[in-house]
Design a binder for this molecule. Sequence first.
Ligand code: BZD
Length: 834
Amino acid sequence: MKKSVVASEKPVKAKEFDKELFKRSVEYNVRTLYRKNLEEADAQQIFQAVSYAIKDRIVENWMETQKAYEKEDPKMVYYMSMEFLMGRALGNNLINLKAYKPVAEALEELGLDLNLIEDQEPDAALGNGGLGRLAACFLDSLATLGYPAYGCGIRYRYGMFKQEIRDGYQVEVPDNWLMNGNPFELRRPEYAKIVKFGGYVSVHTDENGRNVFTQEGYQSVKAVPFDFPIVGYGNGIVNTLRIWDAEPVECFQLDSFDKGDYQKAVEQENLARNIVEVLYPNDNHYAGKELRLKQQYFFISASVQEAVEKYMRKHDDIHKFYEKVTFQLNDTHPTVAIAELMRVLMDDYYLTWEEAWEITTKTCAYTNHTIMAEALEKWPIELFSRLLPRIYQIVEEINRRFILDIQQKYSNVPGVDVQEKIRKMAIIYDGQVKMAHMAIVAGYSVNGVARLHTEILKTQELKDFYEMFPERFNNKTNGITQRRFLLHANPLLADWVTAHVGDDWITDLPQISRLKVYADDKKAQQEFMNIKYQNKVRLAKYILEHNGIEVDPRSIFDVQVKRLHEYKRQLLNILHVMYLYNELKEHPELDFYPRTFIFGAKAAAGYRNAKLTIKLINSVADVVNNDPAINGKIKVVFIENYNVSNAEIIFAAADVSEQISTASKEASGTGNMKFMLNGALTLGTMDGANVEIVEEVGEENAFIFGLSAQEVINYENHGGYDPMEIFNNDQDVRKVLMQLINGTYAPGDPELFRPLYNSLLNTQCTAKADTYFILKDFKSYAEAQKKVEAAYRDEDNWAKSAILNVACSGKFTSDRTIQQYVDEIWHLDKVVLK
Ligand code: BZD
């Protein structure tokens, strides 16, 4: 680890929270913002007034931090990401300011409930799922550990859609999250940048004999940054999330425009209006939309320009850029940063290709989040070169030189087919620009997000690249912030943990392992189960309010919340529920421990099978929940609009954590870690970070089932799996599948679920059957579920396992992940404000 830098001349005093001052500022804010007193203000107005009062405090630290960075001039990481799934800010800021409890008390004295005030804040849902939430956890950890960092992204006007369930179907409702204004953001017009699209590139030779490339006939957009404070936990550090809004450039005077100018002005204005309008709601799926590429270049060009300008404000030698700046590319979505940095260095700073390449390849690092072929970004040359003509020229040259490298390296190697290598590895091939290939070729680091995932990258998906650049590949197992997902989300458990082992875990999660000694302690077990029960009551209340379904908090809460995707196999879960229901119907005398199956998931708007799976879950819920014959032993709940805020309530209340992806498909998963931290037991496949979770907690404290990643890969490569065999030989499975097409769950429309049936059995021979091995894993899943039930009946032992899950979750803090990025990739110095 590198040395710590102590900056800031004035020691920043640990400010005592002044309750009276805070109360006065809330009252003052309500008056000046709304011309009301507290009694007259509505809940939203009070939320705004409280937030502005807190922001005032944050701003002081923000300025101190930025001053310290200015003075110390440390190396910075720019975390480039299309998504930051931040969730709500108020509660988290209070937690990290260590002001949550005093503020709650002060508000209570004013007759206000902090929880209700927090509920007024819309989630900042500028992300789809794991990848966007990971970015948010990383920002929290960077600030808490004191590392200088910027998050760079897009200020979408509409974030992830709100999900409503109507008649069992998902309906997407626009998420107008900025409707009431955002109290924590700061518009920074002084840092606006111009971003150019389209047109053509002209070349001329300047007086020094240099080729000068000029983009002409382009459209431009003004990128205006909004800054969000990222408050570190208890250390006075405030970093910045900078997200870019688009505005039209003021480009023409009304009295002098001709028709062409007018047309262009209108087009430019439309471009500005459209570009940041909405987050694409696809996860792990590449749709190839032109506007998406515009979004990518828009925020990357603005961010790269700003990073270079900021550097040049303090330094005169651009050649040493990489000593002060590193770009982490969150998946391939920001990969145009490579070509954009090359462009700026060559066209604006007149560096040679070689000079620019050296800087770029020492600046950019790439994180891979998926091996799903359908998620890989491949832009058609036609689109790419039309939209980004200068950038395309640069990509072309990167590709040309890379192919020379391949030829040089492999031409004389016996047994290597060089053409084959080129075909598989080229950045431009088959009329497409392959972003992952560019990211690997130009990056100094390529990392996967869990050990198994990185191994699969090295040995399967990116094998050729690993052979060529083995030193670039490394693993960084994901993590989550315990500050949001335990301290804020689960105050009862957080207090209990602190009472037993002290509060070091808040910034040093491995300390939580000291809980292990209480795993066998009967009193501790009871206290733990009691807290879990209270959290289940809290969730039951939420479900009653939001779904109108009554659930019994004494039943097992078995939870699968995550994006809906076939590889995540929500279908396996609900088919198993259908099977259990059949069992109960056939054997009413069955000794069956009551279970509440809880789902939460958004499906991409155009993903038919995913949306149909939501409908199936709701249809099964309708039938099962309303069947008096089973006496409430099974309840099925689909929680509408799963998001960061209700996730916090859900994790705290879970007994069983469903992590049942087809082995090899889930790069890491991070929900699995949030459940573990809150004392749920994992029911999962050996996939992603589940492998490491089980390694930490022990297989006896989890329920593992299903094919291994290697078995899945073998089937995929060599065939040999026929779901029809299972269908024909397993009566239980057959019965459940027949119920998909005989109207059991869709009396008015028996054909409704046929596409799901077909996806499992390939009755029309149009596609491969059961691509995600649902039938193959069904039996072993059902057996694992039986073990869950048996284990839950032994309450003491369950409590022991649950406590051990909490105690063994230390590895999965994003503080650890970030420290590894710092030590092994970024090489940053800590800044400490005294
Ligand atoms: O990233 C997810 C993976 O599926 C998880 O296994 C992993 O834990 C997390 C964090 O590393 N990937 C995504 O969430 N991906 C997307 O959301 C996404 C969004 C747009 C385009 C492509 C993918």
